[in-house]
Design a protein around this ligand. Structure first.
Ligand SMILES: CC(=O)N[C@H]1[C@@H](OP(=O)(O)OP(=O)(O)OC[C@H]2O[C@@H](n3ccc(=O)[nH]c3=O)[C@H](O)[C@@H]2O)O[C@H](CO)[C@@H](O)[C@@H]1O[C@H](C)C(=O)N[C@@H](C)C(=O)N[C@H](CCC(=O)O)C(=O)O
Ligand SMILES: Nc1ncnc2c1ncn2[C@@H]1O[C@H](COP(=O)(O)OP(=O)(O)OP(=O)(O)O)[C@@H](O)[C@H]1O
Length: 479
């Protein structure tokens, strides 16, 4: 593509330069590429403009006034926005060729997205998936680095996808950093909003406003599906309706388009107009019933028949690391879960408490690179629902192991109710829980799901599922 065909103000002498590819990481640049300099959170891409040119960049896009570079320099007011515009243009505005479904919210994006994809597959439709656990394009799995990938990667995947539908998780970081700009959505779903990412957004109001931006990207024929279980959802539904957007609400009141209610003997009823359906979901918890209802509400707006959608949900295989259960032949059960927000953890542990006959041993840690103000609350929730707590490492981020240990000791004194043991090595923390647990007990390991450990452990394992499998195998070999 020629530089003049991209939506940036190319200087006249450079208009006909041919752009081979676009990159925003200097180390990826090859001769013929266009480099976009981005001011990041860790580094400033403008400091790597010379590096990019030395690697063969034919032109550079950036925010600085002057570049002093020997190649054409195009100044823009916001490099991330320019990158998104150029990426969409370079790949031919690929969202136009799909029915695009965006799922946002603090918790439940992954589960709801996987449920939507599962229902669509069950109904004979092709659906790509972009999200935290993995991406899946044309049936092929691609590892995921971010929940919402950068604009270049995203637009490339959309261009490569031959699937009619694309369901994607849209994180607040993704929206704020313009990764999803230039995508026209047919459906936008809001699951919920609760305390998270306040280190990044500052206030809940600012966090809400970022999430709300997704709905401004709906096509004119697009529709919003809003869970109204929380006040944030009710507010969003009201504001979007007032703005003339077609809104399907999913909630518990007679006013909601899709109304769910638990059945005492298990399962839920889903009311839609005058129809009432029953649903027995393989995943436990009121929160998963809400995710299922959001997925159901979404596919109904896409014309999927109710019966097919419900039968599909009943065969939903689950999501790796979301209430994923492992059985020890001795009777103890492990459950691995991705809960890492106060609301997510409370929902998860409440559900587990209602099912566990014996004690709950909770193994978890804090992320050094995330919101420190939620740590005390996470521990308070854990000590409310569990019997013993093994505090262990999650991800140090910028904190040293010594700083993290001090933080754990401090929090344990205030919030631990005397239930806390600190065991820094995550695999040992899980082993010690197994040694102490009895046949009716559960060991809940939260925070990481299938994510790989970033530190080596005593045992040869690199994730929570691997640690559990390794310990179970060792138990069997002892017999
Ligand atoms: C804090 C944050 O969001 N960071 C994201 C951001 O990085 P950044 O732009 O700040 O990058 P940086 O490291 O400061 O570098 C600045 C620029 O210099 C460039 N550079 C750097 C080094 C070099 O040698 N040459 C060079 O050109 C970089 O390519 C970059 O353009 O943009 C990158 C590209 O899109 C992301 O991969 C990266 O995500 C990091 C890995 C991350 O951890 N992000 C998390 C917080 C995140 O986004 N999470 C949400 C989900 C959250 C949730 O729902 O729980 C997500 O969508 O994944
Ligand atoms: N609707 C919900 N409400 C509250 N908590 C939930 C809900 N759905 C899931 N959770 C909890 O949050 C955890 C993460 O769920 P899921 O991966 O579906 O959400 P997510 O929004 O994709 O999270 P992330 O953005 O961190 O990847 C689950 O393991 C569960 O403990």
């Amino acid at each position: 593509m020629k530089l003049k065909e991209l939506p940036v103000p190319a200087p006249a002498p450079a208009e006909n330069l041919k752009v081979r590819r676009i990159h925003f990481h200097s180390k990826k640049v090859k001769p013929g590429d266009l480099f976009v300099a981005i001011r990041g959170n860790e580094a400033d891409g403008h400091d790597f403009m010379t590096d990019a040119v030395q690697r063969g960049a034919i032109a550079v896009v950036g925010e600085r006034e002057n570049s002093g570079l020997p190649v054409p320099y195009i100044r823009v007011s916001d490099s991330r926005k320019a990158l998104a515009r150029m990426a969409a243009c370079f790949y031919g505005f690929p969202s136009e060729g799909h029915t695009m479904i965006g799922v946002t919210g603090t918790n439940g994006k992954t589960t709801t997205s996987h449920m939507i994809q599962h229902i669509l597959h069950h109904s004979g439709k092709r659906c790509s998936l972009i999200g935290t656990v993995h991406h899946q394009i044309n049936g092929i799995e691609i590892p995921a680095a971010n929940t919402t990938p950068d604009a270049l990667f995203l637009q490339k995947q959309l261009a490569e996808s031959q699937d009619t539908y694309v369901v994607m998780e849209v994180s607040s970081h993704g929206i704020n950093q313009h990764r999803t700009d230039e995508i026209a959505f047919d459906r936008a779903i809001f699951t919920n909003l609760s305390q998270e990412h306040l280190d990044y957004h500052g206030t809940m109001e600012a966090y809400f406003q970022v999430k709300k931006k997704l709905f401004a990207q709906l096509r004119s024929s697009g529709q919003a599906v809003i869970c109204t279980f929380s006040p944030w959802g009710r507010r969003l539904a009201t504001e979007l309706t007032a703005a003339g957007i077609s809104v399907t609400t999913v909630g518990e009141t007679p006013d909601d388009t899709i109304r769910i209610q638990p059945i005492e003997t298990g399962g839920i009823t889903i009311r839609e107009g005058s129809s009432v359906h029953t649903l027995s979901l393989p995943l436990p918890g009121a929160y998963n019933a809400r995710n299922a209802a959001a997925a159901y509400g979404t596919v109904r707006t896409l014309g999927i028949p109710a019966t097919g959608a419900l039968r599909a949900l009943e065969s939903f295989p689950g999501v790796p690391g979301r209430f994923e259960v492992f059985h020890d032949p001795g009777g103890t059960r492990f459950v691995i879960d991705y809960a890492h927000t106060p609301d997510g953890l409370a929902q998860f542990l409440k559900t587990l408490r209602s099912r566990a006959k014996g004690r709950i041993f909770h193994v978890f840690g804090f992320r050094g690179d995330r919101d420190p103000c939620k740590r005390g609350e996470l521990l308070a929730i854990s000590s409310r629902f569990s019997d013993r707590i093994h505090l262990t490492r999650d991800k140090y981020g910028k904190m040293s192991p010594q700083e993290m240990k001090k933080e754990m000791e401090r929090l344990a004194k205030t919030w631990g109710k005397g239930k806390v043991t600190i065991i820094e090595d995550r695999s040992l923390a899980i082993e010690k829980a197994l040694e102490a647990a009895g046949p009716e007990d559960w060991i809940a390991i939260t925070g990481k799901g299938p994510e790989p450990y970033d530190q080596p452990c005593t045992f040869p394992v690199q994730s929570d599922p691997e640690a559990v499998r390794w310990l179970l195998k060792r138990e069997q070999e002892k017999v």
